[in-house]
Structures are given as C-alpha cells and as structure tokens.
Design a protein around this ligand. Structure first.
Ligand SMILES: *[C@@H]1O[C@H](CO)[C@@H](O)[C@H](O)[C@H]1NC(C)=O
Ligand SMILES: *[C@@H]1O[C@H](CO)[C@@H](O)[C@H](O)[C@H]1NC(C)=O
Length: 428
C-alpha cells in the first residue's frame, strides 16, 4: 500500500515471552518520502467504520467496545466521533489475516506476536490481526478494547508515550482501577486538538471496561437493538452459511434467511429458532441426506431436526476426532458426507457413525485454490461449492476439483440477497 507519496507510520504491537513482563509493543515507522511522524486531522468531527468483525466475538459487544474506545478520546478532547457503518469513513478499523498489502514485514502472524498496527493521520486506518485471540473479558486473550483505544490514538496522530502508565505507552496496558488514559495521553491529545468544549473531561476507571457483555443493552433481536447495533451481513461478513429451503446466513447471535425468490427475512436471534444453541456459532451445515442442521461452536456440536435438539447433543468434537472451532462445514454430495474445514486441513465425517472417516484429516491442497480460514461454505443448487471469507468468495467445481471463479460475493452473487434488484446497487 505504501508508495512514494504516502507517509506511513506503522506501529506494530508485539509481545515478548519474557516472564514477569507484560506484552511489549514495539514500534517502527516506515517513512517513505518525508520524515514526518504524526500529522493531525484538520476537522473535529470524524467518522469511523468497523469494516469487518472478528467472527468469534458478538458483534454488538465489539461495536460497543469500539464506540467506548473512541469515547475515551472524545471525552478529553474537542474531537467528536460518529460511526458510519456503511462507510465512507475517516477512520477504518479492519481485521486482516496474515499479509494484507502493508508490506511483508507488517503481515500479521497469527495468535501472539503482532496484534495490530495503525497509520498516522490522515490515512485513517487501523489493522488488527484477525487470528489473534481477541477478547472483551478480563483475563482471557488480548483485550480488544484496549488495543483499539491504543491504535485509535495513532490514527489521531499520537506517537508512543515514554510514560509507563500511559495508554500510548508501547507496553500493553491492563485494565485496572486506574483511568485508561493517563495525564500524558490527555496532554498529548489536547495538544493536538484542544480541550473538550463540553466542560471538563469525564473518565471512568479501567476495570469498568472489562466485561462488555454486561454492557449490551436491549433484548437481542428487538427492533431497537437492530437499529442501534445491527450491522447487516451484506456490509461486512458473516460467521457461517448453510443452504436449505432458503439460504441461512449467521452472524453473531442472529441469522437471516434469503428465500429462493430473493426475499430476506431477519435478523432473528439464533435461540428463537434453535433453543439451547450458544450465542454465536463457528460453522453450520444442513445435511442434504436428512435435512438436519449441524452447528459447531468451540469444542462442541449440536444437531437439530427442525427446531428440536436431538437427544445426546451437544457432543464433544474430540469424541468424534473433529477439530475444535472449525472454520466452516458443508455437506459434500460426491462423498455424501459432512466436511469440516479448519486451517490448512479438512475432515470428512460420516453422519451415521458421527466419526471421522479413515485417512482424514487431509490437506486443504486437495481443494485446489480454496483459501484457509474461510468463514463459511456450502454447495449451491448450481452444483458448485462456494467458499466465503470476509468479502470474497471462491467458486469450486467438484468435477474439476478446483476453484473456477472468485470475486466479491455481495456484488456478484445475487442469491446472497445483497443486491438491490431495482438499482443493481448493494443494499446498505
Ligand atoms: C464519557 O463521558 C460521558 C459523560 O459525559 C460518560 O457517560 C461516559 O461514560 C464517558 N466515557 C468514557 C469512556 O469515559
Ligand atoms: C417477497 O415478499 C413480499 C412481501 O412479503 C411478497 O409479496 C412477495 O411475494 C415475496 N416474493 C417472493 C418471490 O417470495
């Protein structure tokens, strides 16, 4: 992305494994044409967009955590932030896998290591490693709220602070009784943008932000919730997809159904149709053999006939030699079996025995051209197998055993229900 005309301050979070020390953030700057660091925005009202979502965190919680992360900065400065869910936006937050065109040195590296990086104004981008174990609870994984707040600081023009307790310190900051922003962060932002016009700064202690699920207001699925927090799958991505009488699209705690005629209903809460399912899922398949739904989440899987959970479910994946947290699953007609995808491997499972078939797992290379870590997969009625990851799709021909087309699903596959049939524009 960097070429001779942009000034990219790329700040990379990394952590060492040294005992007794928190994750360390190291920063380096790629300054290609001018040795300018920083820079600032010349307006006070800035919009932001969450371009896509980490698939295993409820979207409402991520949205709230991001909102509050921006609020930390707006509460102590003259800045005001608005979310612009469909874009365009001044500041874009995007979750990427591995190399994402920021130069190979800045490719993400899976769990641990680099967590995120951001660009100084006025590029307006912060990138997060989609393979990191992000969390919005204390004590688990990497706290997404604190990392978003830090990276947003960079997008606003702040460099690393030498003050150990500062959010902008290159050290990962744990949430505790202290304020999230130290005096040094506040001075730095006020230096660029001045004090809030709305009176004195309001700050809350850090430990208030350790449980975003407790913050989620509203009843899931209520219209209000939808208006406030819902982001349509068409605008970002989804967690899982399956084809039955209609197309079922899952995202966070909700699902949509796109009918064959192209009518979309939803979002509805998962648990309204499938009681006892967890709040979000990793993968889903509708068996073409018996019309049963299989849902996978974490280390367990559920099987439903209609809305009835079958006896003996959920089961442990490990008991069937299946991977935990599969990326996607589908019913594969040529084998008349379920296939699960996880990282560089795939698994073939018999529905009768619910056991992994002999000689599996095998390498994903058998599916020539299919990328790893897809969000969802299904066999469509045209006989092709479609794989989805973020905004891309890959169309796989089971006869040729290779990918024969790829592109952006929201724009190119009308059966996903994202094209406005009147205008040909994507719906927002
Ligand atoms: C920002 O200030 C408002 C009150 O003006 C307060 O309700 C809110 O919790 C504050 N947000 C943060 C993140 O401190
Ligand atoms: C789509 O929904 C509308 C309104 O509910 C209905 O009138 C129409 O017949 C539906 N179309 C199809 C193809 O199902």
């Amino acid at each position: 992305m960097c070429n001779g005309v942009c000034v990219c301050g790329v700040c990379v979070y990394t952590h060492t494994t040294r005992i007794g020390q928190g994750p360390r953030l190291s920063c380096f700057f790629l300054q290609l044409s001018h040795p300018l660091a920083g820079g600032k925005w010349y307006k006070r009202h800035l919009t932001y967009q969450i371009v896509n979502w980490p698939w295993y965190l409820p979207q409402q919680q991520v949205q709230l955590a991001v909102k509050v992360a921006f609020e930390l900065w707006s509460n102590v400065s003259s800045l005001v932030f608005w979310e612009a869910p469909g874009g365009p936006a001044d500041i874009r937050l995007t979750f990427f896998h591995g190399d994402h065109n920021d130069g190979l040195n800045n490719a993400f590296d899976g769990p641990g290591g680099a967590l995120a990086h951001a660009f100084f104004p006025r590029r307006g981008e912060a990138h997060f490693d989609n393979d990191e174990r992000w969390s919005l609870q204390s004590g688990k994984g990497r706290n997404l709220f604190i990392v978003v707040a830090h990276e947003v600081g960079h997008t606003l023009g702040l460099e690393h602070s030498p003050v150990r307790s500062a959010l902008m310190s290159p050290y990962y900051k744990k949430l505790g009784k202290d304020f999230v922003l130290s005096w040094d962060d506040i001075l730095a932002i006020q230096n660029l943008y001045g004090k809030p016009s709305r009176g004195s700064a309001v700050q809350l202690p850090g430990n208030l932000f350790t449980r975003f699920q407790a913050w989620s207001p509203g009843i899931p699925g209520s219209d209000h919730q939808q208006e406030t927090f819902g982001s349509h799958y068409c605008q970002s991505s989804f967690d899982a997809i399956a084809l039955g009488k209609g197309l079922y699209i899952f995202k966070g705690s909700h699902f949509w159904v796109v009918s064959r005629g192209g009518n979309t209903t939803g979002p509805q809460p998962l648990q309204a149709k499938w009681p006892r399912l967890p709040a979000a899922i990793d993968a889903v398949t509708l068996s073409e053999a018996d019309g049963k739904f299989y849902f996978f989440k974490g280390g367990r899987y559920w099987r439903y006939k209609g809305s009835a959970l079958e006896a003996g479910f959920p089961r442990k994946c490990i008991a069937s030699s299946l991977p935990r947290h599969p990326d996607a699953s589908l019913y594969y007609q040529p084998l008349r079996r379920l296939v699960l995808f996880k990282g560089p491997k795939y698994y073939v499972v018999s529905e009768e025995s619910l056991q992994l078939e002999p000689y599996y797992p095998r390498s994903l290379k058998d599916w020539s051209g299919v990328p790893s870590r897809v969000n969802g997969a299904l066999t469509y009625q045209d006989g092709f197998v479609y794989f989805f990851r973020d905004e891309q799709y890959w169309k796989f021909d089971p006869a040729e055993l290779q990918v024969v087309a790829t592109g952006k699903w929201a724009m190119e596959l009308p059966w996903l229900g994202c094209l406005d049939r009147n205008t040909g524009q994507t719906l927002s």
